[in-house]
Design a protein around this ligand. Structure first.
Ligand code: IMP
Length: 424
């Protein structure tokens, strides 16, 4: 498939890292289009476990070239740490990893503002990752962000940092009691970081255009998920970028006519981290502990994830807003031991059944899930490699997901390792 977008269909953590790694075997270029070091993509290869925050997991295949597009916000400190970590594991990055010169930078004051805001207002906190993502995107939209291209010129960089600090220091000290940050210290730090980043910087949009024109296949990698999208998610409990498929065009500098297909990644159940509604959340009293079964702890922050049953209202909404052509269903094996498995097929709101995903969070909070219950298969799927070899009840569960979302399943993941993957 020449140009394919890989999009999370829930609240992030769907297992996109593993799916991107799996698909990268047959891809030439892998390009991340939004988010920043808030993401955490975990990939297990052999005995090794790689947790990537910024660099696309396609980098783990030596033949790929990977890109961070203009829609990504780059924390140079986090990126260089990741580069160092991969280099130590003998993964070559020079000549294989490129960063858009138009991407915005996450600055020290963004991280401080993010963390201070979350601590200061318990009532309105979002439960962010504290990586400075929201404040960095605020500055981008406010037209006072600092971009990778600005690192090249010391005079411009100094002027922009001073201009930003006039505002940020006033907020940090007046609202959060923080000491002011020094412009020269930040300038010095970022100029040094730039020296290390320099070999990786390029015009990503142009590189992708040239690649597509010469017949290369491209995977466009979304971070987070549909319900965390700034426009289409459970606002305000969202991230500050566009994880939905439309974000791939603006975040990479590609036109919609260059995209061939969208693959949705969806867990066989649902999770979310942070605040905000999760209609199918399973209460601790139920005795069903998907968090332990699925090791559901954040790859970036280590926070426990909230867990719930598969929500077909969410899945259908994701199909609608992303144009999803097929599913990759992940973590099916996590359900292996359960006696019964529920699927939310609709919501009940004030006595009426609804199947559309509400925009109003107060309404969503009052929605009760309408479940269909299926018998569990209660046998291990971890070693299964074909659809037909799956237990009959697991096949029944997957067929129901296909029917209810009117979308075929193309890939099924039954464990964290590369080989624990079924291509249907
Ligand atoms: P931020 O992206 O750090 O601003 O956090 C905003 C919301 O998005 C919070 O609820 C986070 O928990 C959530 N979030 C951000 N990145 C991820 C991710 O990679 N997976 C799951 N949730 C995420």
């Amino acid at each position: 498939m020449p140009v394919q977008i890989i999009v999370g269909a829930q609240w992030g953590d769907e297992g996109k890292g593993k799916i991107i790694d799996y698909l990268s075997e047959h891809a030439d270029l892998v390009a991340r289009y939004q988010g920043g070091a808030n993401a955490g993509h975990t990939v297990a290869i052999g005995g090794e476990r790689y947790v990537l925050h910024l660099i696309p997991s396609g980098i783990l295949h030596p033949h790929t070239t990977c890109y961070l597009g203009n829609g990504v916000v780059i924390d140079p400190v986090a990126l260089l740490q990741e580069i160092e970590l991969l280099t130590k594991k003998d993964i070559v990055l020079k000549g294989r990893l490129f960063i858009s010169h138009r991407a915005h930078l996450v600055m020290p004051y963004h991280k401080l503002l993010d963390q201070s805001r979350e601590l200061a207002d318990e009532q309105h906190k979002i439960g962010t990752t504290g990586r400075g993502i929201g404040p960095a995107y605020v500055d981008k939209v406010h037209r006072m962000g600092i971009r990778i291209v600005d690192l090249l010129d010391e005079t411009t960089l100094r002027e922009k940092i001073i201009h930003n600090l006039e505002e940020k220091n006033a907020i940090l000290s007046a609202l959060y009691g923080q000491s002011p940050l020094e412009a020269e210290a930040i300038l010095h730090e970022y100029r040094e970081l730039d020296e290390q980043l320099d070999p990786y910087i390029t015009d990503v949009s142009r590189a992708l255009h040239l690649g597509i024109a010469s017949g290369k296949s491209v995977l466009c990698e979304g971070a987070q998920g549909t319900l965390l999208d700034i426009d289409l998610g459970t606002y305000p409990y969202v991230t500050s970028s566009s994880p939905t498929s439309g974000g791939a065009c603006t975040g990479l500098g590609l036109g919609p006519t260059q995209i061939d297909r969208v693959l949705g990644v969806i867990k066989a159940y649902t999770t979310r981290v942070g605040m905000g509604p999760l209609p199918t959340e399973i209460s601790p009293e139920s005795g069903i502990d998907l968090r332990t079964l699925g090791a559901e702890y954040g790859a970036t922050t280590g926070r426990p994830r909230r867990c719930g049953w598969f929500d077909a209202v969410v899945a259908n909404y994701a199909v609608q807003v992303n144009g999803i052509a097929a599913w990759a269903v992940t973590k099916l094996d996590v359900l292996d031991t359960l006696a019964e498995i529920k699927i939310c097929v609709a919501y009940r709101y004030r006595g009426k059944e609804i199947k559309t995903f509400p925009a109003d969070l107060a309404m969503l909070e009052q929605c009760e899930p309408v479940y269909e219950t299926l018998p569990g298969w209660q046998e291990s799927t971890a070693a299964v490699r074909t659809f037909n070899a799956l237990p009959a009840r697991a096949q029944q569960y997957l067929r129901m997901l296909t029917e209810i979302t009117q979308t075929p399943i193309e890939i099924i993941s039954v464990g964290p390792n590369r080989e624990q993957t079924i291509f249907c």
